[in-house]
Ligand binder design. Structure first.
Ligand SMILES: *Cc1c(COP(=O)(O)O)cnc(C)c1O
Length: 359
């Protein structure tokens, strides 16, 4: 059993129960005589695994029949270009800029279409999300893109922006499955798996059916949503093992009461950590209270000289990957669904002790 408490932003920790289940089925899946890793993706055993994973995700997220769920490769980063390739049709696209991941999405889109910025919080050094009033959607644009959770800055939307008539497109890589979501408000939702879904290598795309078939004729097949939708995500070999582990994670969520219960846990875990940061003069989080992430919590120490000692002492207590992103500095605790509440308690206790010794 792994004993580390893993605060990594991604790849992130998986639920212990999922790892145990995967381990027990590793060399032979049920009575199939082989590992999931060895199966043909078109055989009946893997087809059953794949279909169950999709059905469970649909159940957990309450995804309507008018959406396709795609299991792709290439990470969220590939979606940065696939989205404008399929949806922009050489026209403009509208983007909200709330930090590092928005910027990357914008930079890729600019290779393909004209980008108009509907709102940017750069003036605040990306320490908040815009209010609805601050978002100016260009009604001629082909879609509005935003990043509901900025994994690096620890900034999160706690509302769904109104995109008017435009399809709303969301990079949910670091917040998908963290709480209930009204999928019907979105045209397209995408997420790399390695934060809240499963191991790296899988990208989930949830796309409303009327947005399929819009890609120009010269679009490469692998970049065309319609091709993947028509082939049930089996145009080529899908990330089969990751798809299977993601299915175990969806079952794990169901067994624990679904997204409502995930939201309860995530709200509790994050608010106790923010509370400790806010109560102390030693720790600081710069994000505006209404825009704070439930998933990624960056914080600085009063004296950056202590960062190294903090990280060393944390590791001595089996707490790993607390170092903040190089662009932000300080610390960052990523506490996705799989992070148990008592591990957050352990971090809090450690932080309070550290402050007593060094504050
Ligand atoms: C991690 C992350 C990405 C990049 O995902 P890859 O799967 O590595 O391409 C994109 N957007 C957000 C919000 C992320 O957290």
């Amino acid at each position: 059993m792994s004993t580390a408490i893993n605060f990594s932003a991604g790849p992130a920790m998986l639920p212990a129960e999922v790892l145990q289940r995967a381990e027990s089925e590793l060399s032979e899946w049920r009575d199939s005589g082989m590992s999931v890793m060895e199966m043909s993706h078109r055989g009946k055993d893997f087809m059953a695994i794949a279909e169950k994973a999709e059905a469970d995700l649909r159940q957990v997220m309450q995804i309507g029949d008018d959406y396709k769920v795609l299991f792709l490769q290439g990470g969220a980063t590939t979606q940065f270009s696939m989205i404008p390739m399929n949806l922009a049709n050489g026209q403009t696209a509208s983007y909200i800029n709330t930090g590092a991941w928005s910027k990357k999405a914008i930079a890729e889109a600019q290779r393909i279409c004209e980008v108009k910025i509907a709102a940017s919080t750069e003036d605040s050094n990306f320490t908040c999300v815009p209010t609805q009033k601050e978002i100016e959607v260009d009604s001629d644009a082909s879609y509005l893109h935003y990043t509901p959770n900025e994994t690096i800055g620890g900034v999160e939307f706690h509302y769904i922006p109104d995109s008017g008539e435009l399809p709303l497109v969301a990079d949910m890589s670091s917040t998908i499955l963290s709480r209930p979501l009204d999928v019907s408000q979105f045209g397209l939702i995408y997420a790399g798996a390695q934060k809240n879904i499963g191991p790296a290598g899988l990208t989930i795309v949830i796309i409303r059916e009327d947005l399929l078939g819009l890609a120009p004729i010269n679009t490469p097949s692998m970049s065309n949503y319609d091709v993947h939708a028509k082939s049930g995500s089996m145009f080529n070999t899908p990330p089969a093992y990751t798809w299977y582990v993601a299915g175990l994670v969806f079952e794990w969520i169901q067994e624990r009461g679904g997204l409502a219960e995930m939201a309860n846990r995530n709200r509790r875990k994050s608010s106790k950590l923010y509370h400790v940061i806010d109560e102390s003069d030693f720790y600081n989080n710069p994000v505006r209270a209404d825009s704070r992430s439930w998933m990624n919590i960056p914080f600085t120490l009063a004296d950056a000289e202590l960062d190294k000692v903090f990280l060393e002492k944390a590791e001595a207590e089996s707490m790993y990957y607390l170092k903040g992103h190089r662009s932000v500095g300080g610390m960052r605790a990523s506490i996705y669904n799989a992070m148990p509440e008592d591990s957050v308690d352990q971090l809090i206790e450690f932080m309070q002790q550290f402050e007593k010794q060094h504050g």
